[in-house]
Design a protein around this ligand. Sequence first.
Ligand SMILES: Nc1ncnc2c1ncn2[C@@H]1O[C@H](COP(=O)(O)OP(=O)(O)OP(=O)(O)O)[C@@H](O)[C@H]1O
Length: 318
Amino acid sequence: MIELQGLEKRYGDSAAVHDLNLVFAEGELTALLGPSGCGKTTTLRMINRLIEPTGGRVMLRGQDTQTLKPETLRRGIGYVIQQIGLFPHLNVAQNVATVPDLLGRPARETERRVDELLDLVGLDPAEYRSKKPAELSGGQAQRVGVARALAADPPVLLMDEPFGALDPLARDKLQDAFRDIQRRLKKTVIMVTHDIDEALRLADRIALMNTGELAQFGTPDDLIHRPASSFVRQFLGEDAALRQLAGRRAADFARPGDSSGLPTVDAHLDARSALGIMLREGSDALAVTDAGQSIGILRWSDLQTSPVQPPLSSPGMK
Ligand SMILES: Nc1ncnc2c1ncn2[C@@H]1O[C@H](COP(=O)(O)OP(=O)(O)OP(=O)(O)O)[C@@H](O)[C@H]1O
């Protein structure tokens, strides 16, 4: 859907981004990950032409973005940044409605859409519609920023450290909410982050960059279990596999099967804690339940955690 072909940005003698070739698949969330100064933001901004490349091309659905007017291009691409810049004099509903209003959408339709979006990001419309940005917490303001970016219903969303300024608890909550939204709406999302846990938790694919070049492009599992270089291994850290589990839920791993007699865990429990329960109970499988109903079996082998040995003599082992 979006393809970077030999993309390059030079400042004088040095290249911020060098010969970058990447394909962002439709409906997937890709994290641009890497150490400070590796070229993540420059890459992101070349996609919506806030920065013009000095070489190579960005193709959007087969069309060279240089052939489009930047305004036309940006209309189809939502953009969320850390300091989201809500308009202070407008209330929450007016902030979310900015783009639909600009596009001349009917007021009734926009009003309904604003309420839907506030619901979607976990803000009760009745309570928050009329609040001014100054009356919101950082996390709430960030939610409004995400709702605003979604308001024009863009097929593509670019996000630059969108959850970076939040405290860990608010960040976790908003990440969870955003992951649900993305799965439901199937937007093509490209998210800049230097937070490995965030990338492991949210991304379908990770483009790990180092000094302006691509170090590895793959799924979180690829990077953890099949690192392309020592840089990738070191950047992710020794305990990446375990940290990845902390960001995923037992339900993500549950598969159909007869779970009778197995220790039970709740669907929302994080997978790392589930692993701990397996070790404690000496079982290589757990029954996963949601609101008291069994939704399947979580098996040790599905957790793919090479650093830990499976429990011996487990009742679930057949
Ligand atoms: N306008 C500019 N002029 C000169 N050099 C620049 C300019 N903008 C960025 N750079 C350089 O390009 C490189 C990549 O910058 P970029 O902002 O893309 O990195 P980043 O990976 O997003 O970093 P961070 O995580 O710290 O935000 C850096 O070395 C930076 O100093």
